[in-house]
Design a protein around this ligand. Structure first.
Ligand code: FE2
Length: 363
């Protein structure tokens, strides 16, 4: 069961150039392409209205997306606008179009009722557009695990000392003993963790020549149901980072974590580690990307292992431990979103037509 009335990251904007991109989201096959005249991204059901060939196998033409089988063309709204050898185009010759918005380098798609698609609900992440202060590379992994396992992973950092010992982790006990300040409401969850007077982990040391111990922070903000905003860093221990807010002169990175469900047991992971310490040094940005990508590969493997066991043996009998406080809370938020959506759907069963009217497309 997916939450549909929400915005998901479908792609990096740079992934959609002159060729169509096929991507399954919430188990629905979608094709993304960039309109030749406006440059805007469109998202259509990935199935030609003629003989069901995947439109992602076609080519982008001036009028829209041309099917690779018999040349039928659909425009950005999903309407069929050209049939080779035929002048009259039937009114029902159309495919579903999804609301889509390009913002902060991401392409966001709305999977639910088109009339509910509110662009203002898309998470703001201006750092992706600020290349001078937050230079970054674009990361992407296909994960063979439900997206919620990856969100769990991000919102419970006690795994760092065990999974990421050689990169962003460090001493496991330091993580377990971190000072946690959690803020939560029915719809939001964020936390700040402090590891005062701790040994900097390998990734931090590779970036900044710390003299000794550091005061290290991790701020995580959950943007339900599937995105997490992170700001982490460290400065020399005892320089007032926590007491006086002095967080300059050390290590600092921001990461947007976007998890998008592909199927019930697979997801896409979009991430962008931004260098906030040596902004004028492209090598530092590249090395940060390599360290973080390596660390996230470790998360990927753990979560894929979890999914395998869940598929084989189910979740019955699993226990919660003290570090699950935030994880349990985020699952409640997602559960509430799903419950609300189902109640809305029951109250208004016609809210999500199978084939919306053509004008619901790209903006
Ligand atoms: Fe991790």
């Amino acid at each position: 069961m997916f939450i549909l009335n929400t915005w998901y990251i479908a792609a990096w904007g740079s992934e959609i150039a002159d060729k169509p991109l096929g991507r399954r989201i919430c188990n629905e096959p979608i094709v993304f392409f960039r309109d030749q005249s406006t440059g805007k991204v469109a998202a259509l059901e990935d199935k030609c209205c003629h003989r069901a060939a995947p439109l992602s196998m076609g080519v982008v033409v001036e009028a829209g997306l041309q099917c690779g089988y018999h040349g039928v063309v659909h425009d950005c709204s999903g309407r069929c606008v050209h049939i080779p050898g035929q002048e009259k185009i039937p009114a029902r010759a159309k495919v579903r179009a999804y609301p889509v918005v390009e913002k902060n380098e991401f392409v966001w798609v709305w999977m639910g009722a088109p009339e509910l698609a509110d662009e203002s609900r898309i998470v703001d992440y201006p750092y992706n557009d600020d290349h001078a202060n937050w230079p970054h590379h674009k990361g992407f992994y296909h994960i063979k695990a439900n997206y919620m396992l990856m969100v769990d992973n991000l919102m419970d950092l006690t795994h760092l000392g065990y999974v990421h010992g050689s990169t962003i982790g460090g001493n496991p006990q330091t993580h377990v003993q971190a000072l946690m300040d959690v803020k939560k409401t029915d719809d939001s969850l964020s936390y700040v963790r402090w590891m005062l007077n701790s040994i900097p982990p390998p990734t931090y040391l590779a970036a900044v020549p710390f003299k000794g111990r550091v005061d290290r922070w991790q701020e995580f903000d959950f943007a339900p149901p599937s995105n997490v905003l992170q700001w982490s860093g460290a400065v020399d221990a005892g320089t007032g980072a926590r007491e006086h807010g002095n967080r300059t002169g050390g290590f600092s990175l921001r990461i947007f974590h976007g998890l998008t469900p592909e199927t019930e047991s697979t997801c896409f992971y979009f991430y962008a580690p931004a260098n906030g310490y040596r902004q004028d040094d492209p090598v530092a940005t590249k090395e940060l990307m390599e360290h973080i990508s390596h660390a996230f590969l470790e998360d990927k493997l753990i979560c894929e292992g979890q999914q395998q066991r869940i598929d084989e043996l189910g979740e019955k009998g699993l226990i919660d431990i003290v570090s699950d406080v935030t994880r349990v809370q985020l699952r409640r938020i997602i559960q509430r979103m799903g419950d609300r959506e189902r109640l809305q759907g029951e109250a208004a069963p016609a809210a999500r037509p199978a084939v919306p009217e053509a004008s619901a497309a790209a903006s």
